[in-house]
Design a protein around this ligand. Structure first.
Ligand code: HEM
Length: 223
C-alpha cells in the first residue's frame, strides 16, 4: 500500500523554480558577458550598447537570485515545514546512515531510514552548493559595484573592496565568478540524475515532490 507524504511547502517549491529560472538566465547572459557571441547591427553611431543590455539583465536576475537565496535561508532556519530539512543534519552526523546510503547507491543495500528528508551525501552536496551560491553572489556584487558607482553600488564599495583585494584584484574576482558558474553547470546534471534515480529506482516520486509537494512511500515503511 502506497501513502503520500507532504515534503515541500508551496513557498519552498516556488522558490526552487525561481532559482532554476534565474540560473538559466544568468548562465546564458553570463556566457555572453564572457564571450560576446552576438554582434549588433552595424551602425554609424555607437548606440547599440548590446553588451550593456545583456549585463543589465544579468544584474537584474542576479539580484533575484540573491533575494531567493535569502528566502531559502530564512525558510531553512525558521519555516515549520522545513523542519525535516533541518533534522537531516542529524542523519549527516550518523556513520550508520552514511554507510547504508553508500551501499544503496552501489546497489547493494536498501535506502536507510533517516529522520530527515536529505541523505548525508545530499546534505553535503547542497551545503557546498550554498557556499558556491555565496561566492558567486559576493563576486557578482563586487563586479556590480564597479559597473554602478552610485546608489547601492556606491554603498557596497567600502564594505566589499577588502574582499576584492583579498581575492587578488578585480580580474581574479571575475575568474572566481566564472569558475563558480562551472560548479553549478556540473552540479545541475548530477542533481537531475539523482532526482530521477531516487524517483524511479527508489520509487519515492522524488521529482513529483518538487512539483506537488508530495512523495510516495510504502505504508509499512516508517519514513
Ligand atoms: C548562477 C549565478 C550566476 C552565474 C552563472 C553568473 C555568470 C557570470 C559569468 C559567466 C560572467 C562573465 C565572467 C567572465 O567575464 O568570465 C558574469 C559576469 C558578471 N556577473 Fe554574474 N553570474 C551569476 C550571478 C551573479 C550575481 C548574483 C550578480 C550580482 C548581482 C552578478 C553580476 C555580474 C556582473 C556585474 C558581471 C560583470 C559584468 C562585466 O564584466 O561587465 N552575477 N557572470
Amino acid at each position: 500500500m502506497i501513502e503520500k507524504k507532504f515534503e515541500f511547502s508551496g513557498v519552498l517549491r516556488f522558490n526552487h523554480w525561481v532559482r532554476v529560472a534565474t540560473m538559466l538566465v544568468l548562465v546564458v547572459t553570463g556566457f555572453y558577458i564572457a564571450y560576446p557571441f552576438l554582434t549588433p547591427f552595424v551602425n554609424d553611431e555607437p548606440t547599440n550598447f548590446m553588451n550593456a543590455l545583456w549585463r543589465a539583465w544579468h544584474i537584474i536576475f542576479g539580484f533575484v537570485l540573491i533575494g531567493s537565496t535569502l528566502v531559502k535561508i530564512y525558510l531553512f532556519i525558521f519555516d515549520r515545514h522545513s523542519k525535516k530539512e533541518r533534522i537531516s543534519f542529524f542523519d549527516f552526523l550518523s556513520l550508520r546512515i552514511w554507510i547504508q546510503q553508500i551501499k544503496y547507491y552501489m546497489l547493494i543495500g536498501v535506502h536507510p531510514e533517516g529522520r530527515g528528508i536529505y541523505n548525508p551525501l545530499q546534505f553535503i552536496a547542497y551545503f557546498i552548493i550554498f557556499i558556491n551560491l555565496f561566492i558567486i553572489s559576493l563576486t557578482g556584487l563586487i563586479l556590480y559595484m564597479h559597473v554602478y558607482h552610485e546608489g547601492l553600488g556606491g554603498m557596497l564599495y567600502e564594505f566589499l573592496k577588502p574582499f576584492e583585494v583579498l581575492m587578488g584584484g578585480l580580474s581574479s574576482v571575475r575568474e572566481w565568478h566564472h569558475i563558480t558558474m562551472w560548479i553549478f553547470l556540473l552540479f545541475i546534471p548530477i542533481h537531475i540524475y539523482m532526482a530521477v534515480f531516487n524517483s524511479i529506482y527508489g520509487k519515492s516520486g522524488a521529482i513529483e515532490a518538487i512539483f506537488s509537494g508530495y512523495t510516495w512511500h510504502n505504508k509499512k515503511e516508517k519514513k
